[in-house]
Design a protein around this ligand. Structure first.
Ligand code: GLY
Ligand code: MN
Ligand code: MN
Length: 429
């Protein structure tokens, strides 16, 4: 692994917390992500299922975790199955976990090869009434491609038709909402690597540079600082491209006088940062760009101050609309009278500000978890207002990652330059 070793007590704690929430007489099974074929004998880079990583730390395909906390056979209470390795596999495909390494990484005593799973599961199932299976339940996610989890669910339901099936996702997503100290440290590291990459590009950007050249600088810094890569595909959007919210082509030339909107975040040990910044290509904002920038920054600051224990995300959403509407009037994009007479079903601000301002952040950039529970200490969210004015070829978004604590919000990106003066100063060096 590129990242520094994670104390296996973290994974042990996560399994214990999950086991505590299981019904008695139950077995839970978690399967790894598949390797996804690309073409010929090539695969897309492997990324472990966030849930399996959270419970085991194992980063390898064909891994299975079985939890049966009250099983009469103590050897079946916690079992990890990993792909059987051999000299042939080691020569052709490189090193795979030995059983000892898998034990050391996960903190699980009972490690077996994956091909031993069927019999051990049969025994655990014979003592159990319920079988917990996992499925990715992020509401916005829909895919035509069958996942390893879905395939496994089909097989197990056929093999054990008389058992009661339970969903693991509600338990896991409840646990993953509140970040432990270990997770907060990993997210902080992802933010710090993102900071280094941002500072690097402040020195690099100048008129006529291509968006992908900037992407290369980011990736250079990510890789040398032990990130797996990006937590999500990066947005490097100059001028009018910044008004396309999911712009990812990153293939245009950055013109003198334009502002570039960046949205990128390093993934460190599978934990993601999520940052947006907007900078002038030539190192100096125009008066108009400065005014729009300050409007977004004021909104970010006020929203962040309101990220308090007990608040609802809905409240922050409503607040963002009020704040941005006021800023848009000050920027002369519409008048107070026009707002008074607006159709409330299609408010005017939507033309310039059309997205939400917070989402959970963690192992996934849009992390799992109920959006309807009040903000609680230990949750991590993004805060990301923006103003997009296509007729001025200008889009500005500013996004920080915020830890909720009993003592108020903590900006995990406080080291990443955001004030205009600092950005201009660093770009002029
Ligand atoms: N980078 C994705 C987002 O900001 O939500
Ligand atoms: Mn983002
Ligand atoms: Mn975001």
């Amino acid at each position: 692994m590129r990242y520094h070793k994670i104390d296996n007590q973290f994974f042990t704690n996560n399994r214990e917390a999950f086991a505590k929430k299981m019904e008695p007489n139950s077995v839970a099974i978690f399967v790894s992500n598949d390797e996804h074929p690309r073409n010929g004998d090539q695969f897309f880079p492997f990324r472990q299922s966030s849930d399996l990583f959270y419970l085991s730390g194992i980063e390898q395909e064909k891994t299975i975790l079985m939890l049966a906390p009250d099983c009469p056979n103590p050897k079946l209470r916690e079992v990890l199955f990993v792909l059987k390795t051999s000299e042939h596999i080691a020569v052709w495909y490189g090193h795979k976990y030995t059983q000892e390494e898998a034990k050391e990484t996960s903190g699980i005593e009972n490690v077996h090869w994956t091909d031993e799973m069927d019999m051990m599961l049969r025994e655990a199932a014979s003592y159990s009434k319920n079988i917990y299976l996992n499925e990715y339940e992020y509401p916005k996610y829909a895919s035509d491609v069958e996942s390893g989890e879905q395939r496994f669910t089909k097989e197990i339901k056929q093999l054990y038709p008389l058992h009661v099936f339970e969903r693991s996702a509600p338990i896991l997503y409840h646990l993953r909402l509140i970040k432990s100290e270990t997770e907060i440290d990993l997210i902080k590291e992802a933010c710090e690597i993102t900071n280094k990459a941002f500072r690097r590009i402040l020195q690099f950007v100048k008129p006529d540079v291509m968006e992908f050249e900037i992407q290369a600088e980011i990736e250079h810094e990510f890789t040398r600082k032990r990130a797996n890569g990006h937590g999500y595909y990066p947005i490097i959007a100059t001028g009018e491209n910044a008004c396309v919210l999911h712009y990812i082509e990153n293939d245009k030339v950055c013109k003198d006088g334009d502002v570039i909107l960046f949205d990128f975040g390093a993934e460190y040990a599978n934990y993601s940062a999520d940052m947006s910044r907007s900078i002038p290509v030539n190192g100096k904002f125009t008066e108009r760009q400065r005014a729009v920038y300050q409007a977004v920054l004021r909104t970010l600051d006020t929203l962040t101050e309101n990220m308090l224990v007990g608040k609802a995300l809905d409240d922050l959403d409503k607040l963002s609309k009020i704040l941005i509407e006021k800023e848009l009037i000050s920027l002369g994009l519409f008048t107070e009278i026009e707002v008074k007479n607006q159709d409330l079903k299609e408010p005017l601000f939507k033309k310039y500000f059309m997205h939400g301002v917070n989402h959970h952040l963690g192992l996934d950039v849009h992390d799992v978890g109920n959006r309807n529970v009040p903000l609680t200490a230990g949750m991590v969210f993004t805060c990301e207002p923006g103003i997009y004015i296509p007729e001025e070829s200008l889009g500005i978004r500013l996004e920080n990652d915020i830890l909720i604590t009993e003592n108020g919000p903590v900006n995990l990106m406080e080291n990443i330059p955001i004030e205009i003066e600092e950005i201009e100063r660093l770009m002029s060096k």
